[in-house]
Write a protein that binds this ligand. Sequence first.
Ligand SMILES: Nc1ncnc2c1ncn2[C@@H]1O[C@H](COP(=O)(O)OP(=O)(O)OP(=O)(O)O)[C@@H](O)[C@H]1O
Ligand SMILES: [Mg+2]
Length: 314
Amino acid sequence: MRPAADFDKSTRLDYADIVETLRHELAVLKKLGTHANVVTVLSASSDCSAFAMPQAHTDLFSLIKHKHGSLSLLQMQTWTQELMRAVSHVHAHGVIHQDIKSSNILLTADASSAATYRAVVCDFGLSREHEIECSSSQVDREIITLWNRPPELLMGASQYSNKVDMWGVGYIMLEMLGGEPPFCGKLDASCSCSNQKQHANFNSDQLCCIFKILGTPNAGTYGMTGELACLSHYSSWPKYPAKLSESVHSGISSLSSDCISAHHISRWQSHISQLLCLDPSTRCSASAALEHPLFHPLLPPPTLGGSDVGDSGA
Ligand SMILES: Nc1ncnc2c1ncn2[C@@H]1O[C@H](COP(=O)(O)OP(=O)(O)OP(=O)(O)O)[C@@H](O)[C@H]1O
Ligand SMILES: [Mg+2]
């Protein structure tokens, strides 16, 4: 058992970290201003250690987990578009969210209709700011929840850009279609080489989970090869064929809707493949993604078909 003084010290440090994270989150939210798909701060305590936000109905992770069978492709399409608008807004302000995952997407009741739900991005505690929209950031620690982490970080790149958020959106699209997280690597499959600090984001099992769906890249043609920190791991990766189209097809086919056509499947597939692109330099930007045919014509807002959607657990 630790002495009381030691316990007090570590507790104080944790509290200071939490307050610092809240301060950062509040500053970023102020910088972002008001946007329909970014969480709003109603008020904050004078020391910024607490702030109030409108109560959301649930979050997307909980909804997928408990109500996947009752979600329609139309709802998923609308939430994807709203999420993309939020990310585009965030990036236009020089911010990288760095934790785009379904539990950080709130579904909030729209003032105009109790049955309409809007996707709202929350949790900017891990976000990073830049003067210029497209600047790259130095990797100096573990970044992004493992399952949602993009391949460039998993491979040990030393720099990253706002394209890490675009990977997160593609991941959520596959998660919505399939009803479960698509790439679920084991936490303990980290890098075994000596440069642990630099390779904090490496995880071979997570990479294999990604390659099982997207196919193992060819070392010679993969755009980031030259700057990867962990090239020694390349040769040991199993060679998986791509099967994204099968995953999208089976996800969409399992949805309970009678108006799904091959047209829908090809649009979803083409959009997801532009986001879940292994090479970040060719991964679609948020502003370009909003122009994708998946969002044309503009769709009516989704309804959840009742009030028992599930609680957010907040
Ligand atoms: N305004 C809100 N209304 C309803 N639920 C909320 C709201 N804000 C957050 N939540 C719920 O609380 C959860 C955690 O919130 P948030 O992500 O902001 O905190 P966190 O401490 O960073 O959590 P984590 O580390 O799990 O991401 C969300 O996934 C959501 O379920
Ligand atoms: Mg969160």
